[in-house]
Design a protein around this ligand. Structure first.
Ligand SMILES: Cc1ncc(C[n+]2csc(CCOP(=O)(O)OP(=O)(O)O)c2C)c(N)n1
Ligand code: SF4
Length: 479
């Protein structure tokens, strides 16, 4: 008689080798006895068995599981601390048929990301959250987490957590299950085989719910951290049973999986017409498609325009972006201003590109416009070598320290004032900039200006200011 061997194989949702710095590609980076490894295994096996790995996007958090992307042969994104549910929301909304896993520790989910998770749950995002509650910040060396127990000694509660000083440990399942939207909320434990088998079921249900379009599923796993707790593996498992489970009851808090109708929310596709109408751009049909030659030579503009509130730096950026959009360029514009209501500092980042723009932030501009002294002081060093700096010499009296950039000193405010348009230095700037760079004809900008100003009566004056800027450039910058 022959008996069939029971061969246990690594789930195919794991990579064959976990290639990372320092070798050891057969093992994980987790400490011996850590619960993360168990949960990874439960997830990978579930993805295999449910046939979901190919369309899964695993969002790793900040914490010990920051490197989850070394292990899962799925789509992977590493989110900023606490932001996995927001990143997951973005993925899910744009790729509704993907399976999004937000995998988070208790520091990540219940502390810095406390509101992210509540709102993702409240919106009923069709995603699955695995919440690894090990009652401590493991990665950073054992600081107190929102879930650390009363009396628990951590590096930031060396005498033990007290209610008076740190409040009660937060029970996330209890909080989240008060919300209407979540479909399934369960807490499991990883302290013994029975608990792990229950967790296995919960992991599967939470993923299946998502595949069926049933909404937000949340599985908390009470998980050992022998290193952070300074215990043996054996004692850690006992500690979960003796101390964690009494405070964090292991149970199903909410389960509407059987009664909810599944629904995959497809993103709404807007026609250009609808978009332009909704954004009040009013420009449809007036775009100026640029020829292949222009696009071939076009170098991405990463511009920072900075000054004080009231100088129109944000408006200048928005108008330039709107005009460039009409040239069929990809554009982004993002404002940044201080807390002051009026007169504080303000700047905006503008990107003009022939390709899709990844991030709208401009950290190292290749064009910097500075309208006042503090802006020059703040951003001068950030400009890339060989970049262009435009200085409003009506206000800024000093010269640039940098010698590796091109600089134009233009009396923007004076030119505007000479026209009786004190507030239009920003338009003078745009006119001068277009004349200098020949990015596109001034006439195109002039067409846009009336659309972009709230007070249409000012359109003519602003057009004049732009013309004056261009004229100044022709008169003063004979290249
Ligand atoms: C914005 C930000 N703040 C703080 C940190 C430092 N930091 C890294 S991991 C971590 C806590 C992680 O704890 P937890 O979420 O419980 O995960 P664990 O390591 O226990 O799995 C902190 C505070 C960071 N990386 N980013
Ligand atoms: S510190 Fe804790 S959570 Fe981090 S890998 Fe080690 S045991 Fe796991």
């Amino acid at each position: 008689m022959t008996t069939k061997a029971n061969v246990l194989e690594k789930a195919t949702a794991f990579y064959d080798h976990f290639e990372r710095k320092g070798g050891q590609d057969q093992t994980t980076h987790y400490c011996p006895g850590c619960g993360h490894g168990n949960v990874h295994k439960l997830i990978a096996e579930a993805l295999d068995d449910l046939g979901l790995a190919e369309r899964t996007v695993f969002v790793s958090p900040v914490g010990c599981s920051v490197f989850a992307y070394y292990y899962f042969d799925t789509g992977n994104i590493q989110a900023a601390h606490g932001r996995a549910p927001a990143v997951g929301t973005g993925v899910k909304r744009t790729r509704p048929h993907s399976i999004v896993i937000s995998y988070q520790g208790d520091g990540d989910l219940a502390s810095i990301g406390g509101l992210e998770i509540i709102h993702a749950a409240n919106r009923g995002e069709n995603m699955t959250v695995f919440f690894i509650n090990n009652a401590i910040y493991g990665m950073t060396g054992g600081q107190m987490a929102p879930t650390s127990l009363i009396g628990q000694k951590t590096s930031t509660s060396p005498y033990g957590r007290t209610v008076e000083n740190e409040g009660y440990p937060i029970r996330m399942c209890e909080l989240i299950s008060t919300l209407e939207s979540p479909v399934y909320v369960e807490r499991c434990q990883l302290a013994d085989v029975k608990g792990i088998m229950a967790a296995r079921k919960a992991v599967r249900k939470a993923l299946q719910n998502q595949a069926d379009g049933k909404g937000f599923s949340f599985v908390e796993l009470l998980s050992p951290c022998p290193t952070g707790w300074k215990m043996t593996t054996h004692d850690s498992l006992q500690w979960i049973k003796d101390f964690m489970i009494p405070y964090f009851p292991v149970k199903v808090f909410k389960d509407e999986s059987a009664t909810r109708n599944g629904r995959i929310r497809e993103p709404k596709e807007y026609t250009d017409e609808e978009l332009f109408k909704a954004l009040n751009l009013g420009l449809l049909g007036e775009s100026q498609p640029r020829d292949a030659e222009f696009l071939k030579n076009f170098k991405t503009v990463e511009m920072k325009i900075a000054g004080f509130g009231g100088q129109g730096v944000l408006t200048a950026g928005a108008i330039l972006a709107a005009a460039a959009m009409q040239e069929n360029l990809e554009v982004s514009w993002i404002p940044s201003y201080g807390p002051e209501k009026r007169g504080g500092t303000a700047n905006c980042s503008v990107i003009l590109s022939k390709d899709s723009i990844g991030s709208p932030m401009v950290v190292s501009p290749n064009v910097l416009v500075v309208m006042n002294d503090p802006s020059l002081d703040t951003f001068e060093d950030a400009v890339v070598s060989g970049g262009l700096v435009i200085v409003n010499s009506s206000i800024i009296t000093r010269k640039l320290k940098r010698t590796d950039v091109d600089v134009l000193y233009i009396p923007l405010s004076d030119i505007a004032a000479d026209l009786g348009l004190n507030a239009a230095a920003n338009m003078v700037l745009l006119g001068a900039y277009l004349e200098y760079t020949k990015l596109f004809p001034l006439d195109h900008l002039k067409k846009i200006i009336p659309y972009t100003l709230k007070r249409k009566t000012l359109a003519e004056a602003n057009v004049k200011a732009a013309e004056a800027g261009a004229q100044w450039m022709r008169d003063n910058n004979k290249r």
